[in-house]
Design a protein around this ligand. Sequence first.
Ligand code: PLP
Ligand code: ZN
Length: 422
Amino acid sequence: MNKFVGYRCSLCGEQYSPTDVTYTCPKDGGNLDVMLDYDSIKSKYKPEDMLSRNDPSLWRYLPLLPVQGPPGEATPLHVAGGTPVFKLTRLAEKLGLQNVWLKDESRNPTASFKDRASAIVVARAQEIGAEIVVTASTGNAGAALAGMSAAVGQKAIIFAPKSAPQAKVAQLLVFGAKVILVDGTYDDAFDLTVKAAHEFGWYCRNTGYNPFTAEGKKTAALEIWEWWENTHEKWHEEFGADLDHPSLIVFVSVGDGNIISGIHKGFKDLYQLGWLPRIPRIIGVQADGSAAISNAFHANTETITPVSAKTIADSICVDLPRDGVRAVRAAKETGGTYVNVSDEEILKAIAELGKVGVFAEPAGATSYAGLVKAAATGLVGAEDPILVLNTGSGLKDVRAAMQAVQSAPIIEPTLEAVKKLI
Ligand SMILES: Cc1ncc(COP(=O)(O)O)c(C=O)c1O
Ligand SMILES: [Zn+2]
């Protein structure tokens, strides 16, 4: 079944066939939405077909994805998706909330949400016979591309800012990608990657540029849908909520705006298919020092004005978000909003999540910091069902993690020294 029928520009609405374009709208540079043939998907599948599939990975949703199947041979170590959701009972209590869950994307194969995008982009790269895939990355997208490429024998090149955390650079190198560190910002690396891809004929995975990244990221929404279908009835019985379909609120950390756009796309696909009665409210969270999308949202405009970004959350440190317009719409069209948090609040969120066994990198904990703020300001109610995404592992940035906690004392190896300390 040919379910991938083309692209639609998110700015001018122009439609393109799958072979007309590769990245963005030739007219205005707008991000392209992948168009699926909803009628034929609907005629062939029911939600139960999706939910009863045995595959726990994102390939469970293959009928809704614009590729033919997973890249390469079986890749047991590199199957993204199927991440766990658990209730944050103790943390929720502290915030005066009753129904908070966390979906832990750090459990993906290279320890961040970005594995979802790379799985689909590498599948696409193989379908179009791309020899080399390249990406700009603050670290996670690169690790995800490098890891998936290593698993299937695809060549990958990664451009990262030289300031990228060591653990992320180590991941890129260990996976055997060609790693190029740029003496500049992520935005500099992004622009250079686009130029290099054009010059050398490489296939470019850049976030907010390649339309397939959002298709990978939307699989988180498909999983949230499936989880919520299973959960809300129990929740309904337990709390006697008087809504047939209580509106879930999803908190997402935002940098380029591609994760939030991808999640929105996933919910929209399900809604179009008639499989989701109400799209959850999506709340984007940005760092105070990197808030170009939030600024646009609150100014009620789709014009994204770049900032000179600075935040400890390196993964969301972006001057000019590349998927800003769709990211603004993700909150606007779902009755959500944007919340900004300081670096101090992000570090506090890392420590709080740690207390319940979740180890998040700064960008991963940013969504939880946003929830803390939303609870304090009354943006969310005590009974609202809320899902927070942790998008990346704390092991990715140990230096930042150490700033979130007190360092451990060093003692002589004697019982006396222990007694003194205790
Ligand atoms: C851990 C983590 N969280 C959040 C984000 C934000 O995603 P986006 O740039 O698509 O908004 C990223 C992107 O690199 C990330 O690595
Ligand atoms: Zn356009």
